[in-house]
Write a new protein. Sequence first.
Length: 210
Amino acid sequence: MSILNEISQNLQQGKAKVVKELVQKAIDEGFEVKQILEEGLLAGMSVIGEKFKNNEVYVPDVLIAARAMNAGMEILKPLLVTSGVKAKGTVVIGTVKGDLHDIGKNLVRMMMEGQGLEVIDLGIDVPAEKFVSSAIEHNAGIIACSALLTTTMGEMKNVVEEAKKQGIRDKVTIMVGGAPVNEKFCESIGADIYAPDAASAAEEAVKVFA
């Protein structure tokens, strides 16, 4: 089994320490940083994403796999910068104002990072202005909004309106998701993409930057 395959397998099993050691070993053996990232870490996360979508693994499995990926990324990150490997795109993500739920948002962030995107996580209770100002600051192509309550999902419309007000609506894709949100609601507020689960959200995000 090749070392990249080993990285992928151990990541899927959530073995953070082993992943870290194998990433270092791959670097020492002269593998390209981009190859270790794509064929090792991202390949493993992609398998987890697919299994999560098909209910073959669950939230805790995703969390430990993401932790293992982050362990490998700690070593790779400085090298990615120096070797000029850029993220596929930048996403600003957060739970909307008035809403303090973050498990779904965190899963989406992990899945997006697992697809090689750079994700700026604004946390919970994020006002519309902050989504938009952060998107401008980081030159993000996507704003991803999460809501778990029917009382807060209306805030997503404010994000769309704020993006228009700040003149970036045509430059940014607005994604929405969360338990009470659906395709119809997404259309009604003028957002661009609704994703029913974290794995689909990550796939849709990658398509935006393709």
